[in-house]
Design a binder for this molecule. Structure first.
Ligand code: BTN
Length: 240
């Protein structure tokens, strides 16, 4: 466990560069923790988990999305005994009411059609009280302790999470897609949503995930497909 480093993802990347694969990097504080799309990841010391693992997965670039799905499923599985969680496509772990409990940030290096290396970063709100969250997070974030109604042992969650992640990654590397299990846990499906892709806005009903992990949206009588990398913002207008 590092007391304070810029980002566990950056440290995992450094370890990969030194040939160290699969080691979990955990930090109490990240001074430059980041979320998807260049956002900041905020997590105060002593309450949450921020962890990254660097991998050299032998998978196709087209299957890189499976790493994020696998990581989200691993978090969900590790927290199952504390609270039933769902997955908001593409990379969020949410409560049944939709509050964000955690997020996954995958950073890959491609070599042609293959993933040369990948860093899986996970931020999970464990014992963070909503009353202590910054005002801009409080309305849409929550934590395991809030959901379970009692403090949670971070070491236990971390151990379960790393075991679960290991199994999920072995499955992905073995060619077993997490798609069906991700689909079953995905709270986005069935919801009326608005998606901002940067290139435009799509409003409609999220009806499925295709074999490449893209979200299929029924919009004005047409089927639109949006890949996770295209998403700037996804907002549920009505829940499933
Ligand atoms: C998101 O929801 O936008 C993804 C958040 C990912 C945050 C984690 S915390 C550990 C790892 N290190 C980082 O800098 N980011 C990820």
């Amino acid at each position: 466990m590092h007391d304070s480093i810029p980002s566990t993802n950056d440290r995992a990347r450094e370890l990969l560069a030194a040939g160290i694969v699969g080691r979990a990097v955990v930090a109490e504080v990240q001074t430059a923790g980041r979320g998807r799309r260049g956002r900041t990841w905020t997590s105060p010391p002593g309450v949450n988990l921020t962890v990254s693992v660097g991998l050299d997965p032998h998978i196709r670039a087209a299957d890189a999305w499976q790493l994020a799905a696998a990581a989200a499923l691993a978090v969900r599985g590790a927290c199952f005994a504390i609270a039933p969680l769902g997955l908001k496509w593409p990379n969020d772990i949410v409560s049944e009411e939709g509050g964000k409990v955690g997020g996954v940030l995958i950073e890959t290096v491609l070599d042609g059609d293959a993933v040369a290396s990948a860093v899986i970063g996970i931020g999970l709100n464990v014992n963070w009280r909503r009353s202590e969250m910054p005002a801009d997070l409080r309305d849409h974030a929550t934590s395991l302790a809030e959901l379970g109604g009692r403090p949670v042992a971070r070491e236990t969650v971390l151990g379960d999470l790393l075991d679960s992640l290991d199994r999920e990654i072995v499955a992905v590397e073995g060619g077993r897609s997490p798609l069906d299990r991700y689909r079953a846990a995905c709270t986005t499906l069935g919801s009326e949503i608005e998606v901002d892709t940067g290139a435009g806005r799509i409003a409609g009903r999220a009806i499925d995930l295709d074999a490449d992990g893209a979200l299929v949206i029924e919009s004005e009588g047409r089927l639109e497909r949006v890949a996770s990398g295209e998403i700037v913002r996804l907002r549920a207008v009505t829940a499933a």
